[in-house]
Design a protein around this ligand. Structure first.
Ligand code: DOR
Ligand code: ZN
Length: 345
């Protein structure tokens, strides 16, 4: 019986911090768990240039508590008008780690996203040439495609042709939710990786809809059927080195989720490691947790592995019903549940 687990310090390869008071409230919760995080650029207005990313990075660093070491890895939000030269310069001087493709209208603050991938062909060619990774929100947005099918259709219509055209482009298929996504990644080469969130390993769509509508279980891509959750669990805990930790922790205040048009996003930052580790334990794969949390991501991005370790203890922890979200409270993932591992402070 394992009583504690010590692993190399992990990173979060997909995260939303927001800005202002909310950002200042949530940054310490991630910095406690992770050494680095890929920070999403879907602010309002979005982080579209190297200069905006540099300024945002400084605001995040200013919110890291004294004595905590945390490095935000910045991304630029691609639009139809993105400037390849500016992105390349930001990548070269270390301000940008990646660029993010949001199909216009796919999710929170994606209205300025790319309307047709053909419009950023030059930007993607440049990224492939310089080795700059592309983070992808993989859902089509056409009104005639059922929301539960949007990821699978995106693979066929966008990803397969993209990878064929630009085999050197490093692509992170983010927050995957389907068996089809796992099949696509498994069948791809070394330049295709994927992140998996804790919620998509824990819940299927019933969690959102059975017994009443549960807005705190709603995120995008939306949780799918059980067969998809099981495929994701196998992928995350399996041998492939191209799956890695990305929480997609997405803070929305309670009132914005408990509304007649509730926001998409699950705030899982405070207990992310505890949540993932529960899955690895249930799957009998605790020995593969370190690879998923701390090794596969940096290797895929071509970044150094972290020094230092964190320890998780087999001690139960009660997740609070709400946590501090700056201007208002946020209901975290696993609210009011008990988890059986605890990150040692
Ligand atoms: O559920 C989500 N929330 N999915 C996304 O893609 C964006 C995120 C957010 O920013 O709230
Ligand atoms: Zn996200």
């Amino acid at each position: 019986m394992v009583e504690s687990l010590t692993i190399r310090r992990p990173d979060d390869w997909h995260l939303h911090f927001r800005d202002g008071a909310t950002m200042r409230a949530v940054v310490p919760q991630t910095a406690r768990q992770f050494a680095r995080a890929i920070v999403m650029p879907n602010l309002s207005p979005p982080v579209t240039t190297s200069a905006l990313a540099a300024a945002y990075r400084q605001r995040i660093l200013d919110a890291v508590p004294e004595g905590m070491a945390f490095t935000p890895l910045m991304t630029a939000y691609l639009t139809d008008n993105s400037d390849a030269e500016d992105l390349a310069a930001g990548f070269a001087d270390g301000v940008l780690t990646a660029a993010k493709l949001y199909p216009a209208g796919a999710t929170t603050n994606s209205d300025h996203g790319v309307t047709d991938i053909g419009r950023i062909a030059g930007v993607l060619e440049k990224m492939a040439e310089i080795g700059m990774p592309l983070c992808v929100h993989g859902e089509v947005t056409h009104a005639d495609i059922d929301i539960f099918d949007r990821e699978a259709v995106f693979i066929d219509r966008i990803l397969v042709p993209l990878v064929e055209r630009l085999p050197d482009l490093k692509v992170i298929f983010e927050h995957i939710t389907t068996r089809q996504a796992v099949e696509f990644v498994d069948g791809s080469g070394a330049n295709i990786g994927a992140t998996i969130t804790p919620q998509h390993l824990h819940i299927n769509r019933n969690a959102m809809l059975v017994g009443g509508i549960r807005p705190h279980m709603y995120c995008l891509p939306v949780a799918k059927r059980e067969e998809h959750r099981l495929a994701l669990r196998k992928a995350a805990t399996g041998e492939s080195t191209r799956y890695f930790l990305g929480t997609d922790s997405a803070p929305h205040h309670r009132h914005a989720k408990e509304s007649d048009c509730g926001c998409a996003g699950i705030f899982n930052a405070p207990f992310a490691l505890e949540s993932y580790l529960a899955v690895f334990e249930e799957e009998g794969a605790i020995d593969r947790f370190e690879a998923f949390a701390s090794e596969n991501g940096p290797r895929f991005y071509g970044l150094p592995l972290n020094e230092g370790t964190v320890t998780l203890e087999k001690v139960s922890v009660s997740v609070p019903a709400t946590v501090d979200g700056g201007e208002a409270e946020i209901v975290p993932f696993h609210a009011s549940e008990t988890l059986s591992w605890r990150l040692a402070s």
